[in-house]
Ligand binder design. Structure first.
Ligand code: KE4
Length: 424
């Protein structure tokens, strides 16, 4: 039998041009094109291990993106790989109940304070849109308040920007989104209690939910101002709307129970993703039994998914969540993220909650809401670090995600490289 001859690997440019001829923009998610940081073409990843990735053109990079947050133990961690391998040998999908889905649901319910029942889905977008549908059904109302700079996936209703002014009815922020869909999305300013109170005053009767990232991770890391989340909780209680925490990033990252455990404010519904799936396509949404039983088939609110609770994804998720029962993991994450944040502090404003943080280079004042950040400066920092073998988020509007695989050597090398690039 002829040995399969491995084709000569394409150069990065050849691979990029091949991708451009087959995939819109050459990528399967826009930010991966790395356009926002001045690269003509992105690199392609061949493999990853721990804190590092290797590109198809042979570079080894220290990776602080970690696939945008799922990899709390780093790339290809042994226990996750073993769990997925063993699960795969028994089949990849059944479209029928499996015990591992029940076990993962147990881990989530045990960890997240406000969650009594949970539904597994395949992406954060799917979890967010399903949670909002449930909130609208439970309240028999349509309006949803979201916040500028917070991202909840690409479902039509979330692609809304502030209309004629903030706290007005949303207008589509993407072609293809019907204006009728965003007309029920009200956009407010993050950390602006007066503004959201005014919106509730104006729309309260028809308000189904306030949807928020309890620690914002899509405008860089922006922590909630003291009292902001508490105010949202009170406004929801007063108006009969539901409070929905999008913990796709913060869940299992800032604490085992997410921001709601760390900051002590409980939502009515929680959206989870990334870490909960251990790096495989799995997300979830959960809340009280009273709310969640309204979902089909126990209730009439329809929601479904062929690959929901996929056997490989639940194996990966369980492998990770079971290890996160050990509080020492969070102690280590805190120490490492704090070391990085302290080391970067001389170079600008560093904002951090647990193991999610952002350096706003050259900036002194805090970033408390969505604002135009200096993309050019950030692009220079990104390219300078990449030249030194360090890969940070290809957008200032993202975070860096320390993992257990990032040790002192990686942290100190990064701090030194930032100083080198910024000339200090
Ligand atoms: P996905 O549909 O991409 O699994 O999750 C959407 C989502 C929901 N909520 C929050 C708070 C999120 O951050 C995300 C997705 N995060 C981005 C990066 N910030 C994913 C990266 C990408 O879009 O390629």
């Amino acid at each position: 039998m002829s040995r399969s001859v491995k084709p000569t690997p394409l150069t990065r440019s050849a691979l990029w041009h091949r991708a451009l001829g087959l995939i819109p923009g050459g990528v399967n998610s826009p930010v991966r094109a790395m356009r926002g940081v001045g690269l003509d073409e992105p690199f392609f990843v061949a493999r990853g291990k721990g804190a590092h990735i290797e590109t198809t053109d042979g570079r080894r990079l220290l990776d602080w993106v970690q696939s945008w947050g799922p990899l709390i133990f780093g790339h290809a961690d042994g226990e996750t790989i073993e769990a997925v391998r063993a699960a795969a040998l028994e089949g990849t999908t059944f479209g029928a109940p499996t015990e591992r889905e029940v076990d993962l649901a147990q881990e989530i319910v045990d960890a997240v304070p406000s969650v009594e029942r949970v539904r597994l889905v395949s992406s954060g977008t799917e979890a967010a849109m399903s949670a909002v549908r449930l909130a609208r059904a439970a309240t028999r109302r349509d309006r949803v308040i979201k916040f500028a700079g917070c991202y909840h996936g690409h479902a039509d209703q979330f692609l809304a920007s502030a209309g004629s002014g903030l706290a007005t009815l949303g207008i589509p922020s993407s072609p293809g989104v019907p204006s009728g869909v965003t007309a029920d999305t009200v956009v407010c300013e993050y950390n602006d209690v007066d503004g959201v109170a005014a919106a509730v005053e104006r729309y309260g009767e028809g308000l189904a939910a306030i949807l928020v990232e309890p620690v914002a991770g899509n405008m860089g890391c922006v922590p909630p101002a003291p009292g902001f989340l508490e105010a949202l909780r009170l406004l929801c209680d007063a108006s009969g709307a539901l409070l929905i925490f999008d913990e796709v990033i913060s869940g299992f990252r800032v604490a085992r129970g997410g921001a709601q455990e760390r900051l002590g404010v409980l939502p009515d519904l929680t959206i989870l993703g990334k870490i909960v799936g251990g790096g495989l396509p799995l997300a979830a949404f959960g809340g009280s039994a009273e709310l969640m039983v309204q979902l089909a088939p126990s209730g009439s609110v329809y929601q479904a998914g062929t690959l929901s609770g996929n056997p490989l994804a639940t194996a990966a998720g369980l492998s990770v969540l079971r290890r996160l029962r050990d509080g020492a993991v969070y102690e280590q994450l805190e120490l490492r993220a704090a070391r990085l944040a302290d080391g970067l502090a001389p170079f600008g404003r560093v904002q951090r909650v647990g193991a999610m943080l952002t350096l706003f280079a050259g900036r002194d004042e805090p970033v408390e809401r969505f604002t135009d950040l200096d993309a050019e400066t950030y692009g220079e920092l990104f390219r300078g670090l990449l030249e030194r073998g360090i890969y940070v988020a290809p957008s200032q509007y993202e975070c860096v995600f320390p993992s257990i695989a990032h040790c002192e050597a990686e942290i100190d090398a990064t701090i030194e490289a930032v100083g080198d690039v910024l000339g200090r």
